[in-house]
Design a protein around this ligand. Structure first.
Ligand SMILES: [Zn+2]
Length: 274
């Protein structure tokens, strides 16, 4: 199942983004609500309307990156400030409620702001605490939850098949020196059992050798996305594979969509070859 992220479609209205993804024949739409407005703007009527619009997809997954509690204050489940942590939990539960209301069957969280995404969490308690609260919140609803990070052990500790890991192969590339494909494949192989969703984007080297991620596949010199895809198909991964291309580029939605379609077609061609 291939999907496109709303982050790539900044500048479009939500209706335009959904229509474009659907017309481009993506099975999956990754809905990042805050791209289109504050969560408070999703009234009951809007939620109902969205539920209808989302029926065109095999799966809608909500993603919660860069959530702010208020202007300039990022949500952080791992904050040492108890009040901020509590506010963050409540904010994330608002997203979970939205997911249930619009019929999304997956929701993934950045537990902390971007710079805190880690392979091994120094203190697992807040992650475990939120997982427990979120799992209780969903009850018997048909929805999967996940954290976008690389701490496989923590997912095993949560120990609930409804709670998994979102493996971002592009971010994984930044954990290794130089050309990162071999390292990423090893990390992914180890994470596969816990993985419910994969983010894929090209990663290139900047002039000074640093990695630049979220670039089109055609510019990906630091990771071979085709090999990542091959590992996923060889091992029977059935979850969504969402392209996050050009997400930092404002108003480049059509170009990003084009690159996402190209990426999908390249992966499909690999499937036919094997
Ligand atoms: Zn990602």
């Amino acid at each position: 199942m291939f999907g496109v992220s709303s982050l790539s479609l900044r500048g479009m209205t939500l209706r335009e983004a959904v229509t474009s993804a659907s017309e481009a024949e993506f099975d999956v739409f990754e809905f990042v609500p805050q791209v289109f407005g504050s969560i408070d703007t999703y009234t009951c009527r809007v939620r109902q309307e969205l539920r209808g619009m989302f029926e065109n997809f095999e799966l809608v997954t909500i993603h919660s990156s860069d959530i702010e509690l208020e202007k300039g204050v990022p949500a952080d489940l791992t904050s040492e400030d108890a009040l901020l942590r509590e506010k963050s939990i409540n904010k994330y539960l608002d997203y979970l409620e939205l997911a249930l209301d619009v019929g999304a069957r997956m929701i993934t969280f950045h537990p902390a702001p971007r710079d805190k995404i880690v392979t091994c969490t120094p203190d697992p308690v807040p992650y475990l605490e939120f997982a427990e609260i979120a799992l209780e919140f969903i009850g018997t609803e048909d929805i999967y939850l996940g954290y976008e990070f690389f701490d496989v052990e923590l997912i095993h500790t949560i120990g609930n098949p409804r709670f998994g890991l979102l493996f971002d192969a592009g971010h994984a590339a930044s954990l290794f020196e130089g050309e990162a494909t071999a390292g990423v494949l090893k990390l992914l192989d180890n994470a596969l059992l816990a993985t419910i969703e994969v983010h894929l984007h090209g990663v290139d080297f900047s002039g000074s050798g640093f990695k630049i991620d979220h670039v089109p596949f055609s510019r990906s010199r630091a990771i071979d996305c085709g090999q990542v895809f091959r590992l996923l198909t060889d091992t029977g991964f059935a979850g969504p594979l969402v392209f996050e291309i050009g997400i930092f580029e404002k108003n480049r939605a059509s170009e990003n969509l084009k690159h996402s379609i190209e990426a999908r077609n390249e992966m499909l061609a690999k499937m036919e070859m094997s």
